[in-house]
Design a protein around this ligand. Structure first.
Ligand code: ZN
Length: 409
């Protein structure tokens, strides 16, 4: 599957310090020191509806990671999936009468347009679930050989008890796990399972549902967690640097993914850091497709909102916080963008020595984008109040904001 076009990233003199991030699995900070190629997997969309501000906030957060690592002089191997076959997609298609493949293609195209407009750097590998099925099937067969998978009426389940480290990502207790499993696509109450938490690996073909050749598993389609694991192992291998996504993926998705991979390889951990972005609310509730309270990137773009202002609105909130999208948030971002653009459009300004390093330090400190914005705010305020005689400064600021924050001034 193809991704979206990259925006150019100016190369700045010097380099960022190593990224220190909050790691869900350890509950504390980890300083990640990737090899020459930094490896990150961020879970992608299920394309049954358009990109909302919650998605945009998550992908913007991980875009900062990619930009910071590029600024350390590394190559970045960023992998993202598209869950282009799963229950929500089929349910939406059935509800609207649309062909599920047409729905998936349309919403994936719209997602690419939104990501391009927001200047999110594309993943090096953008991989669909459907195209991955020939790779996923042998992975599930391997779990069966290892005794970590079993059959329930033709469907194949993973046994969470096969992984000694199970629970090591979320650290939730069994009752919380069970509640979240029921809420987020699991089936803890299905009879015949060894453990109520065991997730589906392969769903046998059902009448009226699409299915694919599953070799010894029989025709069917893959579960969501094994999809991501198969793609991540194919493209990144074990022990990559960051597994990322929204905080609603901590359990079961990232917990199960880690267990699948750890049983498959006999190695631990799946990822050096588990990084999770907060949820964005709107009108008092978490923004979600199921609740229908969505602020869509595409709708704001169609209304003439500058995507750079949307990006600044997202960056004004720390990625780990839960926050609420309001008109005032967007208005504030529009004003900030205007101030910054006015400041860099002048021929000279106050010295920008130290500004680049201050931006780098803010981002390396658990992606503190609000602190980074404050650094640029201070320079722009000084420019407005006193001007300055440094001929190179506006260019330095403009390039740094572009490279590190992804905002074109
Ligand atoms: Zn995933």
């Amino acid at each position: 599957m193809h991704a979206w076009p990259p925006s150019t990233v100016p190369v700045l003199p010097g380099q960022s310090p190593e990224l220190s991030v909050h790691d869900t699995a350890t509950g504390g900070r980890v300083t990640l020191v990737p090899g020459p190629v930094a490896r990150i997997y961020v879970c992608g969309i299920t394309p049954y509806d358009a990109t909302h501000m919650g998605h945009a906030a998550t992908y913007t957060a991980f875009d900062l990671v990619q930009r910071l690592w590029l600024d350390t002089g590394r190559e970045v191997r960023y992998v993202q999936n598209v869950t282009d076959i799963d229950d929500p997609l089929l349910e939406r298609a059935a509800a609207t009468g649309e062909d599920w493949t047409a729905l998936a293609e349309r919403e994936t195209s719209l997602f690419r347009e939104d990501m391009t407009a927001l200047r999110i750097l594309p993943p090096a590998a953008y991989v669909g679930a459907v195209e991955s099925i020939p790779h996923i099937v042998p992975v599930i067969e391997r779990l069966r050989e290892l005794g970590a998978a079993y059959d329930v009426d033709g469907d194949t389940y993973f046994s969470v008890e096969a992984d000694d480290h199970f629970g090591g990502v979320s650290h939730y207790d069994a009752s919380v796990m069970r509640a979240l499993s029921a809420e987020r696509g699991g089936d803890p109450d299905r009879p015949g399972k060894k453990n109520p938490l065991d997730p589906l690996l392969w769903r046998a073909a059902r009448p009226g549902e699409p299915s694919w050749d599953g070799a010894s598993l029989g025709p069917g389609r893959p579960g969501w967690h094994i999809e991501c694991v198969s793609i991540a192992l194919d493209h990144l291998g074990m022990g990559f640097d960051i597994q990322g996504g929204g905080s609603d993926l901590v359990f079961p998705h990232h917990e199960m993914g880690a267990s699948h991979a750890q049983v498959l390889t006999g190695e631990h951990p799946f990822a050096a850091g588990y990084v999770h972005a907060g949820m964005v609310a709107y009108e008092g509730e978490k923004m979600s497709k199921s609740k229908g309270n969505l602020v869509l990137v595409s709708r704001l773009r169609a209304a003439g909102v500058d995507p750079a202002a949307i990006r600044l609105a997202l960056l004004a909130h720390h990625y780990r916080s839960d926050w609420e999208w309001t008109d005032a948030v967007l208005d504030g971002a529009v004003r900030r963008l205007d101030r910054w653009r006015a400041a860099v459009s002048r021929p000279d300004g106050p010295p920008a020595d130290g500004l680049v390093d201050a931006l780098r330090a803010a981002l390396a400190d658990d992606l503190d984008a609000p602190a980074a914005l404050a650094v640029v705010d201070r320079w722009a305020a000084a420019q407005e109040a006193e001007g300055g005689a440094d001929i190179g400064a506006p260019g330095v600021v403009s390039r740094a904001v572009d490279a590190l924050l992804g905002v074109a001034l």
